[in-house]
Design a protein around this ligand. Sequence first.
Ligand code: SF4
Ligand code: SF4
Length: 251
Amino acid sequence: MVRQMKRRQQVRRSLLLAAMLIFPLIYYYLSPYLIVEASARGIVNGSFIVFALLLVSGLIVGRGWCGWVCPAAGLQEACLAVQNKPARTGRLDWIKWGIWGVWIGVIAALAFAAGGYRVIDPLYPNGAWISIIEPAGFMIYYVVVGTIVWLSLVFGRRAFCHYGCWMAPFLIIGRQVRNRLKLPALHLQAKPAACAGCNICTRNCPMSLDVMQMVKSNALEDPECILCGTCVDACPKSAIAYRFSSIRVQV
Ligand code: SF4
Ligand code: SF4
């Protein structure tokens, strides 16, 4: 059982590493800038489509994207080797919502000014499936990568996920909609009586959540939980488990 759990985290880290390595190839599909440029021309581009899919995925697997396949997550988990202090959470998590709100407002305004969306072009702007096909394309890529790494190194574990990620709100909105509609989805379930209070889950949570307290109060549903399963696999008492069902939460 223990070996099976360790293997799950090895698979997860391998997926994140692979995503990190192919980031230059898929960068345009996650670009926060190209959706702005394309919207001003009435074009539904690749990142528009991906962000819509992230919203839908939030209905089923919450922030599983962040925990298992996001290239930015791979970068940040690589940073854990040199900076593993917990990031400050709580009110600071709202920073990303402020950035996201302005960004979405600009996109909507530009699309409105362009007369709405008239064209679907997933390969905008270079007509290629691969994002960066010339050296100049690496310039913006390196700025994005540098920002993600800098935030993690200065502010702690996955600070970019907490404060700056433009994709996280789509996933959180999907998750909140699911919770309100009580749709069946992947989530964590606690067994408070089994918890020994060792705090291993809190110490290892890559999102710096107070997992032990969440278990004790039987409230594991948190917008910042990325369903990485680190706590599930680290708990010596099996007090946390994955479940796929509808959940009752206060939203
Ligand atoms: S690792 Fe398990 S037993 Fe230890 S505090 Fe967390 S939930 Fe409780
Ligand atoms: S609470 Fe558990 S599943 Fe959620 S982010 Fe923390 S370690 Fe991962």
